[in-house]
Every structure is written in C-alpha cells, then in structure tokens.
Design a protein around this ligand. Structure first.
Ligand SMILES: [Zn+2]
Length: 339
C-alpha cells in the first residue's frame, strides 16, 4: 500500500466538489475550503504526485469522472486506479457487499469526512486482497481468469488495468488468448451453464477487452448461483447485459441430447423419471398437434418459471419460501392431470 494514494471526494448532486480527503503513506490531507477550486485541485494533484496507484471506492464510476469534467488536466487522472467497488462482487461473491459497504456505498462512521472514507476503502481493499490470495491458493486458474478479464479494461474512459494487476502475481499467468480463456471459462462453469450456449456467447465477449469484465462478474456469480442467489443490484445496474447473458447460459435449452446441463435442467421427461419415477407423460389427452397435453403443460410451466426468474433475477417468493419447495415441485401441480 505504500505509494498508493487513498482518495475520496465529497460532491453535491450537481457534481460540485465540496471536500476531498487523501492519504499517501503516513501523510494525510482533508480539504474543505476551496476544495473544488483550481487551486484546491492543484493542491490535490501536488499531493498525489509521488503516488503509483490511486485507491478508493467507486473512483472509476464517480470521483474520476467528476474530476475529469472539472479539471481534465489533472495528473492524478492518469494514475492506475484500484477501485474497491469494482472488486467487491468478485472478492465476496456470496455477499458482495462487505460489512463496510452497503448498497454499493461505504458505511460511514461520520458524514462529510472524505478522509475517513478513503481510509475505509483501504480497509475494504485489505479484506478483498486476502480473499483473492485465498482464492489463488484454492483455484489459481480462476484467479488468472480474473486477471485476464480486467487486462486492458476500460471503465468510463479510465483504465481498469490496476484491477488486473491486483490478480497478477497471485497465480501463474497461463491465459494469453481468448481461446485459452474460453477453455478456462468452460472448465470453471462445468455443470452450472450450458456449454453449447457458452461456446456461442462467450468468445465474442472475450475477444473484446472492454467486454471481458462482464465475464468476470458473470463467473463470480455463476460459481455461487443457487436457489436463492440473486445478482448484486450494482452489477445489474452497471453491466445491464449480464442478466441476459446469464439467462442464455442457464435458462435456455440448447436442445442437444448430449448436453448434461440442459438434460438435467430443461428436460421435462428427465425430471418426471428422476422425481416421480414415471417413464413418460400420459399420451392422452393430446394437444392439437398430437403431442402429450400433459407434457406440453409441464414444459410451458418450466419455461414460465425460468423466464420469470430471469426477468426478476430473484427467487419466486411463493415457491422458494415454501419449506417443501425443491426443483421439480411443479410436477406436483400437474399430477392431478394423471388422475
Ligand atoms: Zn445445453
């Protein structure tokens, strides 16, 4: 953390800077009077001059864009940024919001003290770093995947390279091309996504450095995705394409009988056999097209459940909160058709 500038701005809703707080090594500065003036920002730039990195919470989404608008000439804007907000969903995928982070904002001990907030972000990063080190020991390939995803990334016109550097050195850098990264993605998500849809969807994202971070957030969520997992609201808000990507990977059948994921998750007859022990649906009554009406109803319901979940990106309360709920419970509803 030496030679890392801790930084936070206080702004009004209209983007006027009211305070800034910064710390570099053991020296700190809290600027109130004239914080957003040219002289005030020159003072910040001078203070930041020897820093190799800038660390803060949502610097890429808020503080840097504000500074860029007011004073694009600032040298601090060219320094690599470690942003704890952008690292949070990856560091803590099961609970993306650290105890010091609520609704993507820092939980402040006092108001209007950006110096305290800058220090809080450093505390959050310390825990994130420990989480990544632990991950690297358990799963170095995944750590390397995150490094690859943030390499050459850009957020709001600012480089996300420092996010990649956080992961670099923790695990051997084995991924060098989009093809390497696709193999890694398929291996890491085996059993939780349709590999056929992944082969269709993922290469286009991997080949574009600006889109690769989307896959890092998808990956982090997919590895903890379960009955009650929901995408963190900040991730959904910041990367609007992620729910759609996850829907394709998990909720759309590829129709390939050799696809283990789709056979287990999208095949009504497989569920019928596994859960109720029936070999097939009743042949009569039939649909107008001559297929089993019972099977058609179940498949329609399965589609409804998956697409509703995708639309809401949340569990369906009436079913998931029912103690007896488990995948396939819907079949209970249709058993009456057999009587
Ligand atoms: Zn499939």
């Amino acid at each position: 953390m030496s030679r890392t500038l801790l930084l936070d701005l206080e702004t009004t809703r209209t983007g006027r800077i009211t305070h800034w707080g910064a710390q570099l090594n053991q020296e700190s500065r809290l600027k109130k009077e004239g914080a957003g003036s040219k002289a005030g920002l020159q003072e910040l730039d001078e203070f930041a001059r020897d820093a190799d990195f800038v660390l803060g919470h949502n610097l890429l989404g808020h503080d840097f864009p504000v500074l860029q608008t007011i004073s694009p000439w600032l040298g601090v804007l060219k320094k690599p940024v470690i942003d704890t907000l952008y690292l949070s969903p990856i560091a803590f995928p099961e609970n993306p919001y650290h105890r010091l982070v609520k609704n993507f904002k820092l939980v402040r001990s006092s108001v209007n003290n950006p110096l305290e907030d800058a220090r809080l972000a450093a505390s959050v990063f310390k825990d994130q770093y420990e989480s990544f080190r632990s991950l690297a020991q358990k799963n170095p390939h995944l750590t390397d995947f995150y490094r690859f995803c943030f390499d050459q990334s850009q957020f709001n016109g600012f480089s996300g390279q420092a996010l990649s550097m956080v992961f670099a050195g923790m695990a051997p850098a084995a991924l060098h091309t989009a093809v390497d990264a696709l193999d890694c993605f398929l291996a890491q998500t085996d059993g939780v996504v349709c590999s056929n849809w992944a082969k269709e969807t993922v290469p286009g994202l991997l080949s574009n450095p600006e889109k690769r971070p989307v896959l890092a957030y998808c990956m982090a969520w997919l590895r903890v995705a379960g009955g009650n997992s929901v995408l963190p609201p900040w991730v959904k808000h910041q990367f609007a394409e992620i729910p759609g990507i996850i829907q394709i990977l998990r909720e759309r059948s590829c129709g390939d009988p050799a696809c283990d994921y789709c056979r287990a998750n999208h095949n009504a007859e497989e569920h019928l056999r596994r859960i109720f022990g029936y070999l097939s649906f009743r042949e009569k009554p039939k649909t107008i097209q001559g297929a089993s009406l019972q099977k058609a109803i179940v498949e329609d319901w399965m589609t409804f459940i998956w697409t509703t979940r995708a639309a809401l990106q949340a569990p369906i309360p009436s079913m998931n909160t029912w103690p007896g709920w488990k995948p396939g419970s819907l079949f209970l509803c249709t058993r009456t058709i057999r009587k």
